[in-house]
Design a protein. Structure first.
Length: 230
């Protein structure tokens, strides 16, 4: 049974999510003390977190950052504040997807099911090959790190999925449609801007570790991982 941690201070929403998800076979945990979100996360070891932004004491961005320091567990932001800036800030703080209030429960279920399949279920990658290297750059699937002999960066879940696909497809071009279909289960439920933001973050991390690799935009098609010209 897959476990979901619901971090939401509106009891009516928590109740609705918990009851519906439990009917579909999920084990749900909720927060009583909003100073202990990280403690409860570590105690329950959920497969997915639904995280509200406006919370007592610390906001959902803060807790997303804390969780991302110790786990690659998918985090789905739940909020009525879903401007483009909010989405970008959510991704910057480790979120993998967004649910806008008021939400449609069937859409929430589709998003959760998709995340679970990709990280734990039938779509999860074969884990036998845990380290991949190209040029001077190593992708470690166990530690979720992108590194060179000079530096390393921790990846978010989305960045790891993107990076894995680029490494596996090297040196071929990967289309935006392929990336969307791998990272999100339902293409209709994701904005293309979310992919663009994640690509930007991954490029920045390649630069930070002084990688010999770069992500090139192939206009009108997608992206290509290449070795930089000497």
């Amino acid at each position: 049974m897959y476990r979901i941690l619901i971090v939401e201070d509106e009891r009516s929403i928590t109740h609705t999510l918990k009851n519906r998800l439990e009917k579909y076979g999920y084990e749900c945990h909720t927060i009583e003390d909003f100073k202990r979100v990280l403690d409860v996360f570590q105690e329950t070891e959920p497969h997915l977190v639904i995280m509200d932004i406006n919370l007592p004491y610390f906001d959902g961005y803060y807790w997303s950052r804390k969780i991302r320091q110790i786990s690659t567990c998918p985090i789905m932001i739940l909020s009525a504040r879903m401007s483009e800036l909010d989405q970008i800030y959510g991704i910057e703080n480790g979120a993998d997807d967004f649910i806008t209030k008021p939400f449609v429960m069937d859409v929430v279920l589709a998003k959760i099911n998709g995340q679970i399949r990709r990280t734990c279920g039938e779509y999860a990658k074969n884990t036998e090959r845990r380290i991949v290297q190209l040029g001077n750059t190593t992708l470690n699937l166990d530690t979720v790190r992108l590194s060179t002999p000079k530096q390393e960066e921790v990846l978010t879940v989305k960045e790891l999925q993107l990076c894995t696909m680029f490494f596996e497809s090297f040196p071929n071009v990967v289309t935006r449609q392929q990336l969307l279909s791998v990272i999100w289960d339902e293409e209709g439920f994701v904005e293309e801007n979310t992919l663009t933001v994640n690509i930007k973050r991954l490029r920045k991390k390649l630069e930070n570790v002084q990688s010999s690799l770069e992500l090139k935009t192939i206009r009108g098609i997608g992206y290509q991982l290449t070795v930089k010209d000497e």
